[in-house]
Write a protein that binds this ligand. Structure first.
Ligand code: WT7
Length: 664
């Protein structure tokens, strides 16, 4: 737990406090700590009553539920199970009834800068037509559909259309390789894949459809009967007879009326793959009712969403942030949102700021990695510095995906928020469905680098390795002590792994283990996340399992053994560092460089470019204990370029450390 203690010192060092601006407080949904505490108290006094009240007030139920929480199948908890609803109905039809028909739902800005707008009425019609199109292909409730699409209105339509007919979607991020895509198609048992001819980012075209073809040709994909293609660029593609169909052809003859499929609140809305500490990625399964409830509630509580807001979450729909805060939350809350196809650095690193100015964004939600790289860019080029743009429309800023270092927080607060906007540092995970800990913008005094306090109803705590509560000021393991509506339901096809990963026996089997370390401030009780306690890395806010990268490396015929660790990186948070033993003699100089490049490209092909190691070091061996276990903690020290001061008495081959010290 040495890392936890370092973080302890850092958490203590930060003493700046920033209060919610008075103008914000005046109209906030939760306008004081008293109001926050009242909600927490309500949850503590009558946990089920609290959630039942919120579920009835915030969602449209086709049939009301009679049981709020069913713990009989713990840790597979069930929420609102006999209630019937439809997620797309709640996101679209409800808005048509509420007078939002002509309100802009999505402002889409293409990579090229071209802008188009879609109203709630338009979006409803598109979703219904596409839902009917999917039905015409024989897709129905309970089927799984893989979505491999660029950031687009059509991507949202595809997800919402699945929800409308009760099909469970599994979105795969466009940056994953054919092999990763195939593994997910097979694991989830998809009957259809929805994709685009090409994706355009930073002026570059990526051939999504041909990657889908490659994935399906890798085998075991016989269940896939249809591939639907959204025409984004008109780039050349192959159309397989009887299997492939253009999205525009599929919807051309479809009615814009589609009765929603009323499903149980527990019906799986989606399965999203994420990296774990061991083995292949896990298919995180989410529900319909509990998930949507938290999506809409966190839009109200964390983002204080108002009818006049222009909300912009810069995530991709391939990650959970895009699911909850692009496809579902903003629409369920009746907001206008910006959807952006491109990258923050094209045509230049002022793109985000110019888009905020152009579309008068009021709420901006992005990742610390993006902030850090844009700080660097602004320092190097005054013409794209945020002070060159009119950002006065902004009233709230958010951060997500990884710890935000206090320097980046201050820059964001001062240069983007101009000292007038609260910053919500939202801690959560793919598994949690929505925010878990975050300041409330109209209530919580903010401390840079701290996600502050849990949302009402979320019972976060810090325990030691045996599950005992730790006092404030002592670093430990982050857990959640009670189930909550938007939590992961299971790992698709692997309930045992679900139990072992999240509700391990060591902790009594009844608390949710987040996989992160955390510490609470002695005086304020504020939480600071100290990083993963398992073999999971966070690179640019993307979660990567070290074992996954190691497996990819050893699959290369040149490689005998590989160990992957993270090392701190100024821009990406963590960077991937691989220690590799080849089957042949250890390469040096230019040859080492050349083989490292080869291996990097290999990993990009096996997993995706996001998993490419930043650094590869070759050794004759790896540091191991007498029983042959690789001592990763020593590799972490070497990767950082630090001297080893830890106990190495269990190390069998200390001489290897000298060799691995040098970056090649
Ligand atoms: C892991 C989850 C949050 C949704 C997108 C990423 C880290 C996330 C924060 C934060 C410190 C954070 C944790 C967590 N993380 N947000 N505000 N402060 N760390 O979801 O890919 O499932 O990753 O990201 O380590 O466990 P994910």
């Amino acid at each position: 737990m040495s890392d936890l203690n370092t973080a302890q010192a850092e958490a203590k060092a930060e003493s700046r406090v920033f209060y919610p601006p008075a103008a914000f407080v005046a109209n906030a949904a939760i306008p004081s700590m008293d109001a926050y505490n009242a909600l927490c108290k309500e949850a503590e006094q009558d946990y089920e009553g609290f959630w039942a009240r919120l579920a009835r007030e915030n969602l449209h139920w086709h049939k009301d539920f009679s049981t709020t929480l069913d713990e009989s199948t713990a840790p597979m908890y069930k929420w609102f199970e006999d209630g019937l609803l439809n997620v797309s109905y709640n996101c679209l039809d409800v808005n048509l009834q509420n007078g939002n028909a002509d309100k802009v739902a999505v402002i889409f800005e293409a990579d090229s800068g071209e802008v188009s707008k879609v109203t709630y009425k338009d979006l409803h019609a598109k979703v219904c037509q596409f839902a009917n199109g999917l039905k015409s292909l024989g897709i129905s409730k309970g089927d799984r559909v893989v979505i491999y699409m660029p950031m687009s209105v059509e991507g949202i339509v595809a997800m919402q259309a699945c929800a409308r007919i009760g099909a469970t979607h599994s979105v795969v991020f466009g940056g994953f390789s054919a092999k990763s895509l195939q593994e997910r198609i097979v694991d989830v048992g998809a009957v259809a894949v929805i994709t685009a001819d090409e994706q355009v980012r930073g002026g570059k075209h990526l051939p999504l459809k041909s990657i889908v073809d490659e994935a399906l040709n890798l085998g075991d994909c016989e269940k896939v009967k249809s591939v639907v293609i959204y025409k984004r660029t008109g780039g050349n593609i192959n159309l397989a007879d009887g299997r492939d169909v253009w999205m525009h052809d599929l919807v051309a003859t479809q009615s814009a009326v589609c009765e929603p499929e009323w499903v149980s609140a527990e019906h799986p809305l989606f399965i999203l793959y994420t990296s774990g500490s061991t083995g292949k990625p896990k298919g995180v399964q989410h529900s319909s009712g509990g998930y949507l409830l938290w999506a809409i509630l966190t839009m109200k509580w964390t983002f204080d969403i108002k009818p006049s807001d222009v909300f912009w979450c810069t995530a991709d729909i391939g990650w959970v942030t895009g699911h909850t805060y692009i496809t579902y939350g903003p629409l369920a809350a009746g907001a206008t949102e910006i959807v952006f196809e491109g990258v923050p650095t094209f045509p230049n690193a002022g793109r985000f700021w110019s888009m905020i100015e152009k579309h008068k964004a009021t709420i901006f939600y992005t990742a610390p990695t993006a902030i850090r790289s844009l700080i660097k860019a602004a320092d190097g080029d005054a013409s794209i510095h945020p002070d060159k743009f009119d950002l006065s429309s902004l009233r709230l800023l958010g951060s997500v995906g990884e710890p935000i270092n206090p320097e980046a927080w201050m820059w964001y607060y001062n240069n983007i928020g101009r000292g007038n906007c609260p910053v919500v540092d939202t801690f959560w995970q793919t598994e949690t469905g929505g925010h878990m800990m975050t300041p409330l913008p109209g209530a919580t005094p903010m401390v840079p680098g701290s996600c502050t306090l849990p949302l009402p109803g979320i019972m976060s705590a810090i325990v030691d390795e045996t599950g005992y509560d730790l006092p404030n000021g002592q670093g430990g393991i982050l857990v959640v002590k009670r189930p909550w509506p938007s939590m992961i339901r299971t790992i698709w096809g692997d309930p045992d792994r679900f139990k072992k990963s999240y509700f391990p026996e060591e902790f009594g089997g009844n608390v949710y283990l987040a996989g992160d370390g955390a510490i609470r401030n002695k005086d304020t009780g504020y939480f600071t996340i100290t990083g993963r306690i398992d073999d999971v890395l966070n690179v640019s806010g993307h979660r990567m399992g070290t074992m996954e990268i190691e497996s990819a490396l050893v699959a290369n015929p040149l490689v005998a053994e590989a160990a992957v660790v993270g090392k701190p990186d100024d821009t990406t948070g963590e960077a991937i560092c691989a220690f590799v033993v080849l089957k042949r003699t250890r390469p040096t100089g230019d040859e080492a460089k050349q083989i490292a490049t080869e291996l990097r490209n290999w990993v990009a092909k096996e997993i995706g470019p996001i998993a490419k190691p930043k650094e590869i070091r070759f050794g004759d061996n790896l540091p191991k204990t007498r029983s042959g276990k690789i001592m990763r903690r020593l590799l972490r020290v070497l990767a950082k370029g630090e001297e080893i001061t830890q106990d190495i008495s269990t190390l069998e081959n200390p001489a290897i450390l000298e060799q691995l010290k040098q970056a090649q």
